[in-house]
Design a binder for this molecule. Structure first.
Ligand code: FE2
Length: 206
């Protein structure tokens, strides 16, 4: 097993803060706004993601589950793109927030024409580390994401309003062809966010 990063508590704090936010039953605008602030704080530090969940694959981009809410109200994943890798054009069907941790990514929004084709909507948005953007069926849900770098991996942290790997979604071709899509996850084990024994021991001894 690889060494733990120095600050695994950052991800625990993020999922706890998001769970608390959801307890207030916010509308989507408030949720995306306040959730973006939490995610921006998480991706402003690059000292908490275990290496096993930042590992690129030579064949295709990886989607590692980092945490799933017990009631599947949200899930947190790391996306890892090798040089030149990209997603197909796809939708999400639920709200989502994307925060870049490492490298740089391009997000290209798509809109459907009256004839049913998918065309790029404006220029691709280049996302640098620390940047957070939102998607949802209400504000725009169809895009293609790619690694902006041709010589190194890029990593982003996403949070979605469901257990995203098990959601029935769609991928699209530009000619309008739609294919059903259930992404799944690249990993079978999750990072351990919950070993707080050191702080408890420290408090007990102090
Ligand atoms: Fe996406």
């Amino acid at each position: 097993m690889s060494a733990s990063p120095p600050h695994p508590e950052r991800l625990r704090h993020f999922v706890q803060s998001l769970a608390r936010l959801l307890e207030t039953q916010p509308g989507e605008t408030t949720l995306l706004d306040q959730g973006a602030t939490l995610l921006r704080d998480l991706v402003s530090h690059d000292d908490w993601l275990p290496e096993a969940f930042a590992r690129p694959d030579p064949e295709r981009y990886q989607q590692y589950l980092l945490h799933a809410d017990a009631l599947e109200r949200f899930s947190v994943v790391s996306f890892v793109w090798g040089p030149g890798q990209q997603t197909p054009i796809h939708d999400h069907t639920v709200w989502g927030l994307v925060g870049v941790l490492r490298g740089a990514e391009l997000s290209q929004a798509y809109v459907r024409t009256a004839e049913g084709r998918w065309v790029a909507e404006g220029p691709a948005e280049r996302l640098a580390p620390g940047t957070v953007v939102a998607v949802s069926p209400r504000i725009g849900d169809v895009h293609r994401v790619s690694n902006a770098l041709s010589d190194q991996a890029s990593v982003s942290i996403h949070v979605y309003g469901a257990n995203i790997g098990a959601v029935l979604r769609s991928v699209f071709l530009e000619d309008g062809t739609r294919k059903p899509f259930v992404s799944g996850y690249s990993n079978t084990t999750l990072p351990n966010l919950w070993d707080r024994s050191a702080e408890v021991r420290e408090r007990a001894i102090a």
